[in-house]
Write a protein that binds this ligand. Structure first.
Ligand SMILES: [Zn+2]
Length: 81
């Protein structure tokens, strides 16, 4: 059964290049040149990369919302916030 790539579940891994950490944050963004206004793309970020990724989107005016991600089942030992 091939996993769908456009849905962030079930393995919630940070979207930063080369990062394999479990994601703690979901960055919802929209590129007005490519997407209709109600469309949302999602980047996942670990604690370490949340600022980096959100700043990347923010300077381009793409960032819409940042939401907490439910604890990923596989990231048991990462962090107990
Ligand atoms: Zn990361």
């Amino acid at each position: 059964m091939a996993p769908e790539l456009h849905e962030p579940a079930p393995d919630l891994v940070c979207s930063a290049r080369g990062c394999r950490s479990g994601a703690a944050h979901s960055l919802r963004w929209n590129n007005p040149r490519l997407h209709t206004p109600e469309r949302r793309k999602t980047w996942l970020a670990c604690d370490e990369h949340r600022e980096h990724l959100s700043a990347h989107l923010q300077v381009r005016g793409f960032l819409r919302e940042v939401e907490a991600v439910e604890a990923a089942p596989l990231a048991a030992s990462q962090r107990t916030a």
